[in-house]
Design a protein around this ligand. Structure first.
Ligand SMILES: Cc1cc2nc3c(=O)[nH]c(=O)nc-3n(C[C@H](O)[C@H](O)[C@H](O)COP(=O)(O)OP(=O)(O)OC[C@H]3O[C@@H](n4cnc5c(N)ncnc54)[C@H](O)[C@@H]3O)c2cc1C
Length: 508
């Protein structure tokens, strides 16, 4: 079989890339080892409950909705605004506007009066970044261009309108080189307050990311029917345009000839030749398992071996015998810090005693997502495979199960501080560790954002101005897209790199 492009992995990056290629009339095969498309954009059903297994709501960032529109899919998904809350102990704060965020900071200032001035400085910088970042909401036009002439006109108009703010935004990128925690430490005296603000963020999060989050929070959407609705319509788009999404199939080898990637071999033994190969899956496995040994230099491999991966997640899926109307709070999505926060140490056996969590309740956005009179709730906690000596896995399966359940008990105790009425109403709980994440997606370490956010430990370059080059690999015609292509990654990086690679492959 010969096609224009093979895409490895049907997560959001692979599907989005495949959809643009198919829509442009290129022959494309997207190969996915799982039985369903989506990667970390997945949902599953259990006892009639709908759970989102990975991401819980998606930031638009001037990309998601324009991408859907550009592919002609905007009418197939009903995106609902997803309102985010910050939770501290037993209090909740809406994060929808500058006023909301100021109210939260006022509350923190009253709890920590000695740090009021520093808090004010952090807030002012967040607000300024919010103002400047509005430029991004309009940024998609050059990326998802409808036709070259219209696009040129629009780009010129866009720069006239936004050029000044774009320059300001570029200046703010200096915060990409400073850790968010260090930024806070320079301004805030109280260690406990720093921990509260820093708690939800990954290890090594740059200040740019931390400061931008209040803006990002306002820009989250949830698709009616659940997260899997997004990969489902992208899959439809590929197949309707003549492409193929091959499920239950793993790519086990990439064929290289004269320094150029020329095809793949699948777990079923099929060989597919292609003009371009786009890896939308783990990069470490790409270089160490899929490519022939002599293809990349030993220097490159040494640098790869030294790099570490970003955080993973510990997830609890709860079936609750309570109707959504009777919950303690009518709130679908919370970033919650349950107690006076300690500095995060993912490997410590005590980590889950105080760890913060993301709480998501799908049926509060769409009632069809739980059985009548019941509620499904998902708790996510940043975590890694290093917790408590590798979750006891080296000892035995029993040790792993027992450490996992003990961590879940500790998380539940904290969850009940915010939802006390649910203590006796849990019908079942399912628990997933960073090892589950790796097993389901093949992402190294179960990483949910690719390479480490820490500038000293990452692998790809981090220069936003050169993001379009991040798809290039040492092998010609082989591109890397998605969460392993650029750092710090997330859905916006996935969508940008997918489109850049699709454009390049399309030209061939
Ligand atoms: C709980 C959670 C919350 C998150 N919250 C946010 C958020 O708020 N904002 C944000 O921006 N991001 C968030 N993320 C991260 C975001 O979801 C991911 O970065 C993004 O979805 C990654 O997409 P991807 O397509 O690059 O990779 P993946 O989703 O990992 O997809 C890769 C696919 O490739 C397949 N695959 C791997 N190897 C092979 C092979 N050899 N052959 C065939 N198939 C293969 C895998 O099975 C998988 O389906 C979150 C993630 C999680 C888990």
């Amino acid at each position: 079989m010969r096609v224009d492009a093979v895409v490895i992995g049907a997560g959001i990056s692979g599907l989005s890339c495949g959809a643009f290629l198919a829509k442009a009339g290129r022959s494309v095969v997207v190969i996915e080892r799982a039985e369903r498309p989506g990667g970390y954009f997945n949902s599953f059903q259990y006892n009639g409950y709908h759970f989102d297994g990975g991401i819980k709501a998606v930031e638009n960032a001037g990309l998601l909705l324009p991408m859907m529109q550009s592919l002609g899919l905007e009418k197939r998904v009903n995106f609902m605004k997803n309102r985010m809350y910050a939770g501290l102990e037993d209090k909740l704060f809406l994060m929808d506007s500058d006023e909301d965020i100021s109210a939260y900071f006022d509350y923190l200032g009253n709890l920590f009066p000695d740090s009021k001035t520093g808090l004010g400085e952090v807030l002012a910088e967040m607000m300024d970044l919010t103002r400047v970042m509005e430029v991004i909401s309009d940024m998609s036009r050059p990326l998802y261009k409808e036709n070259p002439i219209l696009s040129k006109l629009k780009s010129a108009a866009w720069f006239m309108k936004n050029g000044k703010r774009l320059m300001e935004l570029l200046k703010k990128l200096k915060y990409n080189e400073v850790l968010f925690r260090e930024f806070l430490q320079e301004r805030i005296k109280d260690e406990e307050l720093i921990n509260i603000i820093d708690e939800p963020f990954f290890y090594g999060t740059p200040a740019f990311f931390g400061l931008a989050y209040p803006t990002v929070f306002r820009d989250y959407y949830y698709p009616e029917g659940g997260i899997s609705k997004i990969p489902d319509v992208l899959t439809e788009c590929i197949t309707e345009n003549g492409g193929i999404v091959k499920l239950n199939t793993e790519v086990v080898e990439i064929k290289v000839s004269n320094g150029r990637a020329v095809g793949v071999v699948t777990s079923t033994g099929q060989e597919i030749s292609a003009g371009s190969i786009i890896n939308a899956a783990d990069a470490r496995k790409l270089y160490t398992k899929l490519l022939p040994k002599e293809t990349v230099s030993s220097d490159f491999l040494t640098r790869l071996a030294r790099a570490t991966v970003s955080d993973s997640v510990f997830s609890i899926f709860l079936g609750v015998d309570s109707s959504p109307e009777d919950l303690d709070h009518d709130v679908a999505h919370v970033i919650y810090v349950p107690a006076a926060a300690k500095p995060v140490d993912y490997s410590s056996p005590e980590y889950f005693e105080t760890a913060g969590m993301e709480i998501s309740i799908p049926c509060l956005r769409d009632r069809k997502l739980a059985p009548e009179g019941k509620t499904g709730i998902i708790l996510n906690l940043n975590s890694t495979q290093e917790f408590s000596n590798g979750w006891g896995r080296k000892v035995s399966r029993e040790a792993y199960e027992s450490i996992k359940e003990k961590a879940a008990d500790q998380v539940m105790d904290n969850f009940f501080k915010l939802y006390p009425s649910l203590r006796d109403k849990i019908e079942f709980r399912l628990v997933a560790t960073p090892f589950t994440m790796e097993r389901k997606t093949l992402n190294s370490g179960g990483s949910i954002s690719g390479w480490s956010y820490h500038p000293d430990e990452t692998f790809p370059f981090r220069d936003f101005k050169k993001m379009n080059k991040s798809i290039l690999t040492p092998v010609k015609s082989l591109y890397q897209v998605g969460q392993w292509s650029f750092d710090p990654a997330g859905v916006p990086v996935c969508l940008i790199t997918a489109k850049v690679a699709a454009d390049r492959a399309q030209k061939k």
